[in-house]
Design a protein around this ligand. Structure first.
Ligand code: FE
Ligand code: FE
Length: 280
């Protein structure tokens, strides 16, 4: 069994574009019966099978002490860029260029500096792959564990193979949580969002932290699920998560980015909010 069926991490994001096309026009022509590629489907099968509450707790214990490495933001960007996968180098841009495309689109729209920085760094948690984590524990739509899996999560039937489905305490809508407890008290499936949140928390404005922590939580920010676990503050902050989403989904292009040209602007931005070494 191949633990990493995707040709590259972007294959998951390409499939998001199929599920959530950009314009209403595309929406009208959207083929609702279209299936994900077999590699993407296999990826979700593994993700839904193995993301259990126990698994997430073990990964949190392993990573959240943040004792793996000390790196500046720019070093982390360069480290992420060393991720070699089976993607086609003629078509797929280096990760750093995708992140700069996202940040530049936010900058062009006149958003605050912390918002631009969020675009630049939001996927740095993908370095989990370089620490040896399989794709299904790095990317994919995220969801709470320890409670019922929403039927609106893509490929929901694959959760039949998740051992947590057999645990009565985890199988009610609230599961181990209190209704309205707030997402900070809810354990999310493990991946690049939650990991990066812990690296930068306390250092960025709260809307940026929500964007980072929940940008892959499509079941909530696109499908409106899990409202019963949110509090009013989460609902307010999710306006920011939704504002960020189009920049994440729709700014990828094959147009090259001149990294060295942009570097001085981004060095200043990094120094303003996230100077020096960060613990990863
Ligand atoms: Fe992401
Ligand atoms: Fe992204």
């Amino acid at each position: 069994m191949n633990p990493s069926p995707l040709a590259d991490l972007d294959e998951w994001e390409d499939d998001l574009l199929r599920r959530y096309p950009e314009s209403e026009n595309e929406e009208a022509f959207r083929d609702y019966d279209a299936e994900a590629r077999p590699s993407v489907k296999e990826f979700y099968r593994l993700n839904h099978r193995y993301q259990t509450l126990d698994f997430v707790c073990s990964k949190r214990d392993e990573y959240l002490p943040l004792k793996k490495r000390q790196m500046t933001v720019w070093e982390a960007l360069e480290y992420l860029n060393t991720l070699v996968d089976d993607s086609d180098p003629d078509i797929d841009l280096p990760q750093i260029e995708h992140l700069l495309q996202t940040a530049e689109a936010i900058r062009r729209d006149g958003h605050p500096r912390w918002f631009i920085l969020t675009g630049l760094i939001h996927d740095l948690g993908k370095i989990l792959c370089l620490f040896g984590e399989p794709q299904w524990a790095v990317v994919g739509d995220t969801f709470p564990v320890g409670c019922q899996f929403s039927e609106k999560i893509v490929y929901h039937p694959f959760f039949d193979d998740n051992p947590d489905t057999q645990v009565a305490d985890y199988s009610t809508p609230n599961g181990i949580y209190e209704e309205g407890c707030g997402l900070d008290s809810v354990t999310m499936s493990w991946g690049h969002d939650e990991y990066l949140y812990h690296v930068v928390k306390d250092k960025l404005p709260e809307p940026a932290l929500y964007m980072i922590r929940y940008h892959s939580f499509y079941p909530a920010h696109k499908e409106g699920e899990y409202d019963h676990l949110m509090n009013d503050h989460d609902r307010e902050m999710f306006a920011w998560v939704r504002a960020f989403n189009p920049y994440d989904l729709y700014t990828k292009s094959s147009e090259r980015v001149d990294v060295e040209d942009l570097r001085p602007f981004y060095d200043d931005l990094i120094n303003e909010f996230l100077p020096g070494m960060l613990a990863w």
